[in-house]
Design a protein around this ligand. Structure first.
Ligand code: PEP
Length: 250
């Protein structure tokens, strides 16, 4: 059965003290809702965030990881390192990783395999750019990111996959896909998975929407049949906004 999730991607924001403060604020502002709640602080603050949120309903997740188990990969972080500090979920394929760090489908497929092998749940991000939508290629682009990143997996592996559809033109821009555009794409994603696997897997996978979700639009977006919550960037850095978005996921 799919479940609701609201996850905050803090990106490269908040130093150690700011992280501690935002966590304090979240602990008093966010109340349990129907959704699983996650935050993704930056790597250096993950361990402390895990300790602070021990026993809380807020899960700490990572923004990225490397595909190798260990070795000469300066600056990188492995699945084992994440698990050793209590991290069991990782965001992979965020459009900023794809755009600024050259992460392509083939690399992401390797990261997906490494995370699953280690038993780490994945929030797999994908979505079209503005020119794809303008040219009418958005379904083709999204379908191919999905296929190239994930369709080599066996059906069982999908239990550890959460999808995050994030149209690049809506990330951090203040532009949001309309609830209808989000629903249309999420339905397409489920149909594509049903065709490649089966209807059960397609119906069971949690599909988040990401792209300028705010307290004012979250409820309408989350009310769509195939939208199971959100991956939140900017608004996850303000405790009261994030709390309101979590509350909107009923
Ligand atoms: C994101 O970075 O995943 C995101 C959705 O950002 P924002 O909410 O700021 O658009």
């Amino acid at each position: 059965m799919r479940n609701k999730i609201v996850a905050g991607n803090w990106k490269m924001n908040k130093n150690r003290a700011d992280t501690a403060q935002l966590i304090e604020e979240l602990m008093s502002a966010v109340t349990p809702s129907a959704a699983e709640v996650m935050i993704a602080p930056t790597f250096v603050n993950l361990a402390e965030a895990v300790t602070k949120l021990d026993g809380s309903f807020i899960e700490v997740v990572a923004q990225n990881m490397h595909f190798a188990e260990s070795g000469a990969y300066t600056g990188e972080i492995s699945a084992d390192m994440l698990q050793s500090i209590g991290i069991n979920t990782v965001i992979l394929g965020h459009s900023e990783r794809r755009a600024y760090f050259g992460e392509d489908d083939a690399l992401l497929a390797k990261k997906v395999d490494a995370a699953l092998k280690a038993g780490i749940r994945i929030i797999f991000c994908f979505g079209e750019e503005l020119q794809d939508r303008k040219s009418g290629d958005h379904f083709k682009v999204v379908g191919s990111q999905l296929k190239n990143g994930l369709f080599h997996l066996d059906g069982d592996s999908w239990k550890n996959i959460v999808l995050a559809y994030e149209p690049v033109w809506a990330i951090g821009t203040g532009e949001t896909a309309s609830p209808e555009q989000a629903q249309e794409m999420h339905a397409f994603i489920r149909k594509t998975i049903a065709e490649a696997y089966n209807n059960e897997i397609a119906q069971d996978v949690t599909i988040l929407y990401g792209g300028s979700v705010k307290p004012g639009n979250a409820k309408e977006i989350f009310s769509k049949e195939d939208v199971d919550g959100g991956l939140i960037g900017g608004a996850s850095l303000v405790a009261t906004d994030f709390a309101a978005i979590v509350a909107a996921a009923q």
